[in-house]
Design a binder for this molecule. Structure first.
Ligand code: SAM
Length: 490
């Protein structure tokens, strides 16, 4: 049974207060000193390291040039170039701590993940000073707490407020509070007894130690060789041949007897052909490759501003699925795996998606939620699974804009076991028009659509059983549920 989406006033108030603080930070230097690093640090974490570095560099360097062009010395080309060079060097040094944090933080356990940013933000300018790069000024001890506070806030947000160490989180916020009120209270933290230079060297040593530790403790990827049951239900999506695992210099791949080779990258087998990224699939894939890093956060922030309870938002359609412990479940268009959290424990989870970026963030989610799932890069219209592999097959949120929706439904039915439950859930035309077509970035993807969205009930073959359409969230979403006949299909 679908539930009503519950409201959450508390989340809504917190969202508006937080937004107000960020806006205030642009006008008030004290507030800005505390809030100013939080958004860039969050943003760096949502991007691939190089792309994040370039974006932050552009954001910190170009506006300065645009608004401060009068400061550029016009006494000669050399002077102007020298000024620009130093300005660029200062911007690079300012962005490096964010990139260092992006590279290191995901590899560090628990609350240690908060340290790379403040350590690097103290160490890098000090090192630059020691090397006589005078484009920067030394960062004082106070800044460490301010930046550490930013890292803790972003870490708590990424942990969905489930701090692995509440004592640490409370301690950090307390230390930050002492720093904020120090000018008024005269309370000095013991750290202030250290000289800036000593403290900088300590930070440099600590940052390097963390980097070395992370280098020797890479994130372990699961091996496919020791999962014979999973491999047994895989097949080439193009020839239907069974697959087996081979390993070459530590790199795994799935191969078929006719020589097809599907590489396993970062623990995810890739079943895509270039043709899979043509038509609508290619167009929307570009969208998800770009927004994959902050897809989850956008959902959380939108829900909070609108005062919606996030869990009941997902339960609204996930409760329509009939899943029991022990079932094998496949979600096509799994994205970052957000729906997995709403399935019962003890379910064998598989997910497939066209976007490598969404899946990469899905792996991070699974580690964070301590869940296990097999993820695949592939096209929902051409599934890499043998017939009758899953007890439950469903798709949420991607179906409307597949290049070939009828083929995708046939594939879902093929891989479902006889008697298996299926669900197709997506947005209605009303939602696409009122939301996606009104958001500046997404509107460009949706404005030249050939057809309006219709509930695709005509694509469900008449021989399916218990076919049912449910309109959800005041008609903004539809969900079609049905069952593959237990006697199998002709
Ligand atoms: C709106 S997201 C939904 C993600 C997830 N199901 C959820 O509910 O949070 C749509 C997803 O569908 C995926 N997708 C779109 N077309 C696809 C296709 N042909 N095959 C597989 N995945 C596809 C996109 O890459 C994207 O991750």
């Amino acid at each position: 049974m679908p539930t009503n989406v519950k409201s959450s006033r508390f989340a809504q108030i917190v969202a508006w207060v937080a937004a107000s603080i960020f806006v205030l930070g642009n006008f008030n230097a004290t507030v800005g000193a505390w809030s100013g690093s939080i958004l860039p640090l969050w943003f760096a974490g949502t991007q691939k390291p190089r792309r994040g570095f370039l974006w932050l560099l552009a954001i910190s360097f170009l506006p300065g040039l645009l608004f401060g062009w009068r400061k550029i010395p016009l006494t000669g080309l050399d002077a102007a170039l020298s000024y620009l060079g130093w300005a660029l060097a200062a911007a690079v040094l300012g962005v490096l701590p964010f990139t260092f944090h992006r590279l290191l933080s995901p590899r560090l356990p628990g609350s240690l993940a908060t340290l790379p940013f403040p350590l690097a933000a103290v160490a890098i300018p000090s090192l630059a000073l020691a090397l006589h790069v005078h484009a920067v000024s030394e960062i004082g001890l106070d800044r460490f707490f301010i930046l550490w506070f930013a890292a803790v806030i972003v870490w708590l947000w990424n942990q969905e407020s489930r701090a692995t160490s509440p004592v640490f989180a409370a301690g950090c916020v307390f230390a930050a509070g002492c720093e904020i009120f120090r000018p008024y209270s005269g309370v000095a933290l013991p750290i202030n007894l250290l000289s800036s230079t000593t403290f900088s060297w300590i930070c440099l040593g600590a940052a390097l130690s963390l980097a070395v530790w992370a280098f020797f403790h890479p994130v372990q990827q699961r091996s496919w060789a020791n999962r014979p049951q999973t491999i047994a239900r895989l097949q080439s999506p193009f020839t239907g041949e069974p697959l087996q695992v081979v390993s070459d210099k530590g790199r795994e791949a799935l191969v078929s007897s006719s020589g097809e080779r599907f590489p396993v990258r970062n623990g995810i087998p890739a079943f895509l052909k270039p043709e899979d990224l043509t038509g609508d699939n290619g167009k929307y894939n570009h969208l998800y490759e770009t927004i994959g890093g902050f897809y989850d956060d956008t959902q959380r922030v939108f829900a909070a501003f609108r005062g919606l309870d996030v869990d009941s938002y997902f339960e609204n359609y996930m409760n329509l699925l009939k899943v029991k412990a022990g079932d094998s479940v496949l979600e096509t268009c799994v994205g970052t795996g957000l729906n997995f959290k709403y399935l019962p424990h003890g379910v064998k989870l598989s997910g497939l998606d066209l976007s490598a970026e969404m899946l990469a963030n899905g792996l991070v989610n699974l580690r964070r939620w301590k869940m296990d799932a097999d993820l695949y890069l592939g096209n929902a219209e051409c599934l890499p699974f043998a017939d009758s592999s899953f007890d439950v097959v469903y798709t949420c949120g991607g179906f409307n804009f597949f290049s070939d929706r009828a083929k995708a439904v046939r594939e879902m039915i093929r891989v479902a076991k006889p008697g298996g439950h299926l669900m197709i859930e997506d947005e209605t035309e009303e939602y696409v028009k009122s939301t996606y077509q009104n958001i500046p970035y997404t509107s460009s993807f949706y404005k030249d659509r050939k057809d309006a969205v219709t509930v695709p009930i005509d694509l469900v073959p008449p021989e399916m059983e218990d076919t049912h359409v449910e309109m959800l969230k005041e008609g903004k979403f539809y969900a079609i549920t049905f069952r593959k006949p237990a006697a199998g299909l002709e």
